[in-house]
Ligand binder design. Structure first.
Ligand SMILES: [Zn+2]
Length: 718
């Protein structure tokens, strides 16, 4: 039986792109459900765990936190002033992205290129929806600034965009503009789920997620109606043709989307759908399934991260969401094993994941049957396989890793997840966009040398557009637009402080008590943080402040209203400060950090004998722009007596952004250039001249032209 025989979508005359009476009735029903759900603090968070049985905490509402400066605050400003309007100009440009044109054509409101065909990659819809999510979130906390920036590029309003999306969506809930545009021309021209690489469920998943954010930000149901229709479509498919759905449900953003929709609507069918989406993965036939899409074996048998890293991390994040709702330990156990596998074997020092452009998975086939070995792409490697020059590290994979880590934190309350999340945010996600917000990395190497000219399919220089795959730019924009949501969380009588950044908080505890405070800090450039309480509950409040794992034991200190806290805070945990707080009370944290050198396990062959520079949560790199004239990056050695000996910091400016650079003692080997074509030559003792090396934060690299760069350097210990 073929895909087309399995497909029983309504015949075309029955499918019209206007809102049918049935859909209108459904919209009223949804509005009623939403309107009658009692509002509770945190149910307008981007992830709502207010009623999740397994969650240890809940996020604050999506407009409870405002940046007041600092590095992440500056990035947010760049997001609404530059990234979001700039991405609109790309997404609407038919020569670049086609995303908006495809929606207009599917809605019957545009001609696209005039050839009546959709253009661009099949996951364009989802990428457009990620951008819309960024726009909605930015408008929720910076409405005037975001509106002005969008007006400057003649951008449409959110309501206008949603009207087009709603018109493009089929009455049965299916939304994938490439197929719908073709179906508008001829029924015979396109079938749903003709190819699993069409990413239909991925696109619908982003519709659900953006719909939840939109409803929580505005109270409107216009996009929620679309998200719910898409979920209902998948729900029918999961019941009626589960194998077909399983085969085509790759890159499962829809797992997260469905759970979030459940949290918003409390419709049990959606929680059950989330479970089915995991269960049906075992239905994928062996000839189609494989490690590339994590469907070689049932999820419950998985113990390590495999295959396409974006798809893997989205799956793991979705499973964590499902576990938060149903507490199924048979899901948690593999998740914890995979999490451990990534943390201890497959994660770059920058918090990035997905080492390989191309590889192979020999698992699951008898070793002698080489023809049965399947390829993997954009994928997790084997344990300790972490190349630098050829690292793939798609920005989306690291964003997926961050989403997964955050959900593990919500469930577990363990500080190590917040540590990993912070490391991933600063060093894995921020580098994905230039400081001016207008050019992007799709792949993220940890070393770049001009002489290494091997074509690797993707640019290792920032690009203004990525025509064939525009997934990363809007993904990094929405993450930066939403970064303020990750600073705090609440649980009964408790305020959690996960991340540090200059900001204000105005929120409520689960019982309704209001908490207002200001966070004053120049973190991550220093570890001095002051929380000034502006309003606190009458009763006791526990403030849990994270002591990052990178703080040296015994170095952290806390004072509350001037009094030192007796118990020394333990790095890698939350210090609990339970008090009757009053307005004006101050919590002062000292999280001393100075630059240090770090090394990797000797099993990571590609970093053997090398060190990297870290200061607080930031990983640093050496860029050729900062080397003396005539010095080759490959001749530079870091020279140190101790792991922090001789490392100092100094103020620097990169592309108009103030950063803190690290100055370190180094050596420059005096050796002949490698001018021949030979692979090897006799090694000669090379004299070395002392040199002062200036490292910049890794997130800021690639902003001064096409430079060479390395995170790891050979170490000479004096
Ligand atoms: Zn991407």
């Amino acid at each position: 039986m073929s895909f087309s025989q399995l497909t029983d979508v309504p015949s075309l005359p029955a499918m019209r792109w206007h809102v049918s009476l049935v859909a209108a009735a459904a919209a009223v029903a949804i509005a009623a459900v939403v309107a009658t759900a009692p509002a509770v603090a945190g149910d307008r968070a981007i992830i709502d765990t207010t009623r999740s049985p397994q969650a240890t905490m809940q996020m604050v509402d999506l407009d409870d936190v405002r940046w007041t400066g600092g590095l992440l605050g500056e990035r947010f400003t760049a997001c609404h002033d530059s990234m979001i309007p700039y991405l609109w100009t790309v997404l609407r440009d038919p020569k670049e992205s086609h995303a908006w044109d495809n929606f207009l054509m599917a809605a019957g409101r545009g001609e696209g290129r005039g050839d009546g065909r959709p253009h661009g990659p099949p996951f364009n819809d989802g990428d457009f929806l990620k951008w819309l999510e960024a726009l909605i979130q930015a408008q929720a906390v910076a409405p005037a600034e975001t509106a002005a920036a969008m007006a400057a590029v003649q951008g449409p309003g959110v309501d206008e965009i949603i009207a087009v999306i709603a018109a493009a969506q089929r009455d049965d809930g299916y939304l994938h503009t490439p197929t719908i545009v073709r179906q508008r021309r001829s029924a015979a021209d396109a079938k749903e789920f003709a190819d699993r690489e069409h990413f239909e469920t991925y696109n619908m998943g982003h519709l659900m997620t953006t719909a939840c954010v939109h409803h929580r930000a505005t109270g409107k149901t216009s996009l929620l109606d679309c998200g719910r229709k898409a979920a209902d479509y998948l729900d029918r498919l999961a019941r009626e043709r589960p194998e077909e759905l399983a085969r085509n449900a790759i890159c499962p953003s829809h797992s997260m989307g469905v759970v979030e929709l459940y949290r918003l609507t409390r419709e049990p069918r959606y929680r059950e759908l989330a479970r089915r989406l995991i269960e049906i993965r075992s239905l994928v036939p062996a000839d189609i399934g494989g490690d590339q899409n994590q469907d070689r074996i049932p999820f419950r048998e998985s113990r390590e991260a495999v295959g396409h890293a974006v798809r893997a991390n989205y799956l793991y994040a979705g499973v964590a969401d499902l576990y938060a709702e149903d507490g199924d330990r048979s899901l948690l156990e593999p998740l914890l094993a995979i999490d451990r596998n990534v943390e201890t074997r497959k994660r770059y020092v920058t918090g990035m994941t997905g080492a390989l452009y191309d590889g192979a998975s020999p698992d699951g086939v008898p070793a002698k049957l080489h023809p049965a070995i399947k390829t993997v792409h954009q994928a997790y490697g084997r344990d300790y396989q972490l190349p630098n020059l050829t690292a793939y590290n798609e920005t989306c994979a690291t964003i997926g890793y961050g989403m997964w880590l955050w959900r593990m934190l919500l469930v577990s309350g363990e500080a190590r997840y917040a540590d990993l999340f912070e490391e991933t945010l600063y060093n894995g996600i921020l580098p994905g966009v230039s400081l001016d917000g207008r050019s992007y990395f799709y792949v993220n190497p940890l070393r770049k040398l001009h002489d290494f000219t091997v074509p690797l399919r993707w640019s290792r220089t920032r690009m203004a557009t990525i025509p064939s795959s525009f997934c990363c730019p809007p993904n990094v924009a929405r993450t930066i637009a939403e970064a303020h949501n990750y600073l705090y969380a609440v649980s009964p009588d408790t305020l959690w402080v996960h991340l540090y950044g200059s900001s204000t908080l105005d929120t409520r505890l689960p019982a309704g008590d209001r908490v207002r405070l200001r966070q004053e800090t120049d973190y991550p450039w220093s570890g001095r943080v002051t929380l000034v309480i502006d309003e606190a509950p009458e009763g006791e409040l526990a403030v849990k402040v994270r002591i990052p794992g990178w703080v040296r034991p015994g170095a952290a200190a806390i004072r509350v209203t001037g009094e030192p806290v007796a118990e020394p805070p333990t790095p890698g945990s939350y210090a609990t400060l339970r008090r009757h707080y009053r307005a004006g009370d101050r919590i002062e944290l000292s999280l001393p950090h100075a630059p240090v050198l770090v090394e990797a396990s000797p099993l990571v062959e590609e970093t053997f004998g090398q060190v990297a520079v870290r200061s607080g949560p930031l990983i640093y790199c050496l860029e050729s722009s900062d080397l003396p004239a005539g010095v080759r990056l490959s001749d530079v050695i870091l020279s140190a007596a101790t792991n922090d000996g001789g490392l100092t910091t100094k103020a620097a400016t990169i592309a108009g952004t103030a950063v803190q650079a690290v100055v370190a003692p180094g050596l420059v080997r005096q050796r002949p250039a490698w001018t021949s074509d030979a692979l090897y030559r006799a090694a000669e003792p090379a004299r070395a001249q002392p040199a002062q090396l200036t490292f910049i934060p890794y997130f800021a690299w690639g902003n001064r032209g096409d430079s060479e760069m390395t995170v790891w350097l050979p170490a000479a210990w004096r």
